[in-house]
Design a protein around this ligand. Structure first.
Ligand code: 5GP
Ligand code: ZN
Length: 117
């Protein structure tokens, strides 16, 4: 069973922000912004590429609820999903990162861009 399925099953503790029948939002263990929340479907879907329209529709409304709950609906936020190896996905259970609480930097250069030529 994957690590996020274990969180859904309460085998691993989490700091829950919001929960519905089908979705869960909890604080990221290693936050990269003042607000860094992970939003997941409770069913195991490995990545965005394999997500159904139904899952994404529910996840959209749920994410908007999460934003309202923590107040970033007013101040702004970024939603990111890392998909697959080049996308930097480390946990193979669909999740969106909700980042906010500060003005976010924008740096999506590829890793080779940081190596000296
Ligand atoms: P990815 O790199 O797959 O897009 O993001 C995985 C995220 O899950 C990372 O931001 C990482 O900090 C977070 N993470 C990994 N393990 C745990 C955990 O056990 N609990 C929580 N709350 N977050 C985790
Ligand atoms: Zn899973």
């Amino acid at each position: 069973m994957c690590i996020f399925c274990k969180i859904v099953n309460k085998e691993i503790p989490n700091n829950t922000v919001h929960e519905s029948e089908h979705f869960l939002a909890f604080h990221d263990l290693y936050p990269k912004a003042p607000i860094h929340i992970l939003i997941i479907p409770k069913i195991h879907v490995d990545c965005f590429q394999n997500a159904s329209a139904e899952t994404m529709a529910g996840l959209t409304l749920f994410s908007q609820e999460v934003a309202r709950k923590v107040g970033v609906d007013k101040t702004g936020y970024r939603l990111i999903t890392n998909n697959g190896e080049d996308g930097g996905q480390e946990v193979n259970h669909l999740h969106f990162h909700m980042l906010g609480g500060a003005k976010l930097a924008w740096d999506h250069t590829h890793e080779d861009a940081h190596k000296s030529l």
